[in-house]
Write a protein that binds this ligand. Structure first.
Ligand code: FES
Length: 157
């Protein structure tokens, strides 16, 4: 069966458009392991400078000290990883990487769910980064927090 010329042209254009999109996507993902085309990222609430592997977070900027909630995202100047800082109902302060251990999307605190969720494929983590629901099978990276009177000291390693 012959195809009308206009249809054939449309088909060729569609194919070329698909190839161009596929090539751009492949180029965007080149060299990235576990690349997700629509990687979900969260904007930090604040970005701080890391000094020699330790992050100092003044208490005056902590959301829970200012009545802004019990979770905040801290960007790390010069690094692509971010921290999710949480204050648990028991008053413990927890520092976790926002990077989901499944394919690297940024996780978020869900006050509705009462735990951490990943918007990409639905993994869920408890307040200490432990796995509640897959597909992620490894916990979130957890960082040691030392509480001082004026600031938190977080060892990033
Ligand atoms: Fe897949 Fe988080 S990246 S669940």
């Amino acid at each position: 069966m012959d195809q009308a010329p206009s249809d054939a042209g449309a088909t060729r254009r569609d194919l070329l458009a698909r190839l161009a999109l596929g090539g751009a996507a492949a180029a965007a993902c080149a060299g990235l392991s576990g690349c997700a085309l629509f990687m979900s990222s969260v904007e930090p609430d604040i970005t701080l400078i890391v000094d020699g592997g330790t992050l100092i977070v003044p208490r005056s900027i902590l959301f829970w000290e200012r009545g802004l909630g019990n979770a905040m995202v801290v960007g790390l100047s010069g690094r692509k990883d971010k921290l999710l800082l949480l204050k648990t109902p028991e008053g413990e302060i927890v520092a976790l990487s926002t990077t989901c251990t499944h394919r690297g999307c940024d996780v978020r605190w869900s006050s509705d769910a009462g735990h951490i969720v990943c918007p990409c494929h639905g993994s869920e983590y408890d307040l200490h980064g432990g796995n509640l629901k897959g597909p992620a099978t490894r916990p979130l990276q957890h960082y040691q927090v030392t509480e001082r009177p004026e600031a938190l000291s977080i060892k990033l390693g």
